[in-house]
Design a protein around this ligand. Structure first.
Ligand code: PLP
Length: 377
């Protein structure tokens, strides 16, 4: 019986950080500013400097981050928002929270990200249903930015706002622009398993708009106006804990190094598996932070593949086995008129391998050997 390796090794990261994070947490315990303490402003400034966004607003999680943008935009019933079905539920969930209608868009087979032709079809579908299309939420799935060269001009032409769901891609680049500084709005998540994770829930909104940042700052604390007991709009309790900010300040310092390590792991997977499986493809000019390393083996029994690796002590995961338009909670929402054939196919074929910055070569070779054996070579 071989020892099981971790899918994501947060323990290795913790050992590397040593006392830095512990000390940062204890500083917060000692100063007592648990809510909106000084680390919040420091983290927001550090994140802005990291990605080049004009404004950054930290918040409680990546789902609230999406909601803050939609609330600031005044999304309401009758509005349609176009988003992929092949994503984590939060992307569409926030649309439904506000009584608006998510309209599902298909993805590209090569990048797993929004397909602009399907986006045009979804826009037509939304109009046919008598909805008012107002915005698009592309998702940077598995760490690679969506095809913004195609999506951004499409949105501009059609008068739609664009919100990049960068929950999985913070730290990546797209044609010289860093994630967080692409388009008017982006959001990310600091859930522990994301490339930049904290020790609990956390998230952030990035925007270029001076007007929207002020509205979202108010929304984050119950729609606060001039002072605490002045409420000028309906908001939420969407603050990030100071302790999580303290953790993130330390983790952000080693993040560039971790991104480079993730890239090395991805390149070794590519070298070891490209001849036996469909390995992920990056667009020209794009980088990925490899939130997941997701392969496909068309024609292979995925469960048998997962079982074979499991027997060798190697965990795998499927993101996402059932797309949103096939879920009980979302199945009644419209999808692009000509269907989502690529989404359907990918949901049946994708499987993700262990991926984190501390995956050493010997362990990775075990994964590659086991996967090759399971794929029959
Ligand atoms: C993780 C994730 C979210 C939500 O982030 P939370 O911090 O868990 O709320 C939203 N969208 C995508 C694509 C995600 O992967």
């Amino acid at each position: 019986m071989t020892a099981t390796i971790p899918f994501i090794d947060l323990g290795a990261q913790r050992r590397r950080l040593g006392k830095l994070v512990d000390d940062a947490i204890m500083r917060v315990v000692d100063h007592g500013g648990y809510i909106m303490g000084p680390e919040i402003a420091t983290l927001e400034a550090d994140l802005a400097a990291f990605c080049g966004a004009k404004h950054v607003l930290s918040c409680a999680n990546g789902t609230d981050a999406l909601a803050l943008v939609l609330m600031a935009k005044g999304v309401r019933p009758g509005d349609a928002i176009l988003c992929p079905s092949f994503t984590f539920a939060a992307t569409a969930e926030v649309v439904a929270w506000l009584g608006a209608t998510p309209v599902f868009v298909d993805v590209r087979e090569d990048t797993f990200n929004m397909d602009v032709d399907s986006l045009a079809a979804a826009l037509a579908t939304a109009r046919e249903k008598g909805l008012k299309p107002v915005g698009v939420i592309p998702v940077d799935l598995f760490g690679q930015p969506a095809d913004y060269d195609a999506i951004e001009p499409f949105c501009a032409r059609e008068g739609l706002w664009m919100l990049c769901d960068a929950a999985q891609s913070f730290g990546a680049h797209y044609k010289g622009r860093k994630v967080g500084a692409i388009g008017e709005f982006s959001t990310t998540s600091f859930f522990p398993a994301k490339p930049l994770g904290c020790y609990g829930d956390g998230g952030a909104v990035f925007t270029e708009s001076d007007e929207m940042i002020e509205i979202m700052r108010s929304l984050r604390v119950h729609g606060q106006g001039a002072d605490k007991y002045d409420n000028v709009r309906i908001g939420m309790n969407g603050r990030l804990d100071t302790m999580q900010a303290a953790v993130l300040i330390e983790k952000l310092k080693i993040f560039p190094d971790e991104i480079a390590a993730r890239e090395c792991v991805a390149q070794r997977y590519e070298a070891g598996l490209a001849d036996v499986a469909t390995t992920p493809k990056l667009m020209e000019g794009a980088t990925s932070v490899w939130a997941q390393y997701t392969i496909r083996a068309p024609g292979f029994d995925r469960s048998a593949f997962q079982e074979a690796l499991k027997a060798d002590g190697i965990p795998t995961a499927v993101y996402y086995p059932r797309p949103l338009h096939r879920q009980q909670a979302y199945g009644h929402y419209p999808a692009a008129g000509n269907g989502l054939p690529v989404t359907e196919m990918l949901a049946g074929e994708v499987v993700s391998l262990p991926m984190h910055p501390y995956l050493d070569e010997a362990t990775q070779d075990r994964v590659i050997a086991s996967a090759r054996k399971a794929l029959g070579s």
